[in-house]
Design a protein around this ligand. Structure first.
Ligand code: NOJ
Length: 550
């Protein structure tokens, strides 16, 4: 069936420009010590999963010492690893083995805020108003019994918490246990230079920067004109301030002092792709996740326009686009693309709140579409991040018992939002057993009984599985990289619900509608199809993608 595949040694540089990276949510990957929480020895024992999958490396979600209110995004010590995960020795052992297996390792750094348990914040609370210790954070005087301004926390509720019964309040863009640093303080700036060097000195290959766009706030902290209807709104004063780019430049020069190909990749949610591109200027970040595509509903024109926007705007900076269809903050792609009716979205567009919306999900349809989206994205120029569990086609676990939910979003929204626990449920490794091979204890989030149907072991044994599709696509992608790497992307004319692009010998076709699509003669021979129902010579089924080789 498959046309012959060109095989050329991959000697490209820098490695991250077209890498496929696995986002590893450590506490849900594999547990080695039976406490029900994934850890570094568990990861080390399962690194072969990543090698066999065929990714180039992994981005490790935060594993620093932390009270764990936001599962590690509340850091108490930036230069250590939590004993819960095995401590620094376990990290170093994992890093060495990953490198020996040819896998790069990216660390997650959280510079916008720390944990309230961080010694600096403990010191600040004990220090008087106006003291240098408080200047490392954002403390202000309230307006009577009201906070200093009207900003809202991303997790719901006000972005300020009052210090005891004083007139002082501190800013937290997320949970009250995550105080925001004051990036206008030289102490903070220098502290993070040291942290970057600490991890680069240990050998990590790059840093993922948590909410990089939020690090600097408007100097005056003015009220923001939120819409009167109470709907969520982007507060421009709390993020994307011009001075944040000075920090990006500074960090780039810290990384440039190393004689290695290091990457700085930003998590940046800004209103336009033009805003995003400003973080990718040649002396700023190497990469930034392209969330524009992640937020698209399942539609050919929507996907086509987003891809085009990304390629045109980001390529102009000299950077490559960093594609991703899922992460630990949004509903899984199967569930998003299978959402056929939303209960809390606008009636005009059932997908308007699709990244975390509630509603009726057609899981089988979503699974087909997620497989199709994978092939569409893996053929594009640039790098790709694949979130843990997506390779298994896991749907979001929407029916977790409320008592099991741990995400602060669930609590702070008074239960009106599910939050993000449903995409963080521990992986099923085998089809049966109390935790499907994840842990010898009780998993920190309960796995539903149907998780066994998605087990890693069973999927490796099934040639039509989503896991095997990922492995085959990544293998083919790697073998094609040198051939298609420099080839410009050109769109091919097709039906409105069909996207088709060509890069050198590779043609990628995605059918967004339900109607089958007969591939025109001359487009090439099908090397890979996302639909296991497709047979050679037949039209491509609806909701599927294919890779064709000339
Ligand atoms: C973005 C992270 O991806 C998310 O998980 C976290 O809750 C917030 N930043 C706060 O650190």
């Amino acid at each position: 069936m498959a046309a012959s595949v060109p095989t050329v040694a991959t000697t490209r540089a820098p490695w991250w420009r077209d890498a496929a990276i696995y986002q590893l949510y450590l506490r849900s990957f594999a547990d080695s010590d039976g406490d029900g929480i994934g850890d570094l020895d568990g990861l080390r024992a399962r690194l072969s999963h990543l090698s066999r999958l065929g990714v180039d490396g992994l981005w490790l979600n935060p594993c620093y010492p932390s009270p764990g209110v936001d599962h590690g995004y509340d850091v108490a010590d930036y230069q250590d690893v939590d004993p819960l995960y095995g401590g620094l020795p376990a990290f170093e052992a994992m890093l060495a083995e990953a490198h020996a297996a040819g896998l790069r390792v990216l660390m997650d750094l959280v510079p916008n805020h720390c944990s309230a348990a961080h010694p600096w914040f403990v010191e600040a609370l004990a220090a008087p108003a106006g003291s240098p210790a408080r200047d490392r954070f954002i403390f202000r005087t309230g307006r009577g019994s009201a906070p200093p301004n009207n900003w809202r926390s991303v997790f719901g509720g006000p972005a300020w918490t009052r210090v005891g019964d004083t007139d002082q309040w501190y800013l937290h863009s997320f949970d009250p246990s995550q105080p925001d640093f004051n990036w206008r303080s030289p102490d903070v700036v220098e502290y993070f230079d040291d942290i970057l060097r600490f991890w680069f000195d240990r050998g990590v290959d790059g840093i993922r920067i948590d909410v990089a766009h939020m690090m600097v706030k408007h100097a005056e902290l003015p009220d923001w004109a939120f819409p009167a209807d109470g709907s969520a709104a982007y507060n421009e004063y709390a993020q994307n301030q011009p001075e944040v780019h000075d920090i990006m430049r500074r960090w780039r020069s810290v990384a440039a002092a190393y004689d290695r190909d290091l990457t700085l990749i930003g998590e940046i949610w800004v209103p336009t792709v033009e805003d995003l591109a400003r973080y990718l200027r040649p002396d700023e970040l190497n990469q930034a996740f392209y969330f524009d595509l992640l937020q698209c509903r399942w539609s050919g024109p929507a996907f086509g326009a987003s891809i085009e926007r990304g390629l045109a705007t980001i390529a102009a900076t000299g950077a490559s686009v960093t594609w991703t269809l899922a992460n630990h903050d949004v509903h899984r792609s199967v569930t998003r693309y299978g959402l056929v009716r939303s209960v809390n979205g606008s009636s005009a567009d059932p997908f308007s709140d699709g990244v975390r919306g509630r509603g009726e999900v057609d899981v089988a349809l979503g699974a087909q579409r997620a497989r199709a989206a994978l092939l569409l994205v893996l053929g594009l120029p640039g790098s790709v991040y694949l979130y843990q569990g997506e390779e298994l086609g896991l749907p979001e676990v929407l029916d977790l018992p409320d008592s099991a939910r741990q995400d602060p979003i669930f609590r702070r929204s008074g239960g009106t939002e599910y939050g993000r626990d449903g995409c963080r449920v521990p992986l099923p490794w085998v089809a049966s057993g109390p935790t499907f091979g994840f842990s010898s204890g009780a998993a920190w989030l309960p796995q539903p009984s149907w998780f066994g149907d998605y087990a890693v072991e069973a999927q490796w044994a099934d040639p039509s599985s989503t896991l095997r599709l990922h492995a085959r696509a990544l293998e083919l992608r790697r073998s094609l990289l040198d051939v298609v790497g420099a080839a410009p992307l050109s769109w091919l004319a097709a039906r409105e619900d069909v996207l088709a692009y060509r890069r050198g010998p590779l043609t990628v076709v995605t059918v967004f509608g339900d109607e089958p699509f007969a591939v025109p003669a001359g487009w090439g021979t099908v090397a890979l199809c996302s639909s296991s129902a497709w047979t050679e010579g037949a039209p491509l089924p609806g909701n599927s993608s294919a890779w064709l080789l000339a």
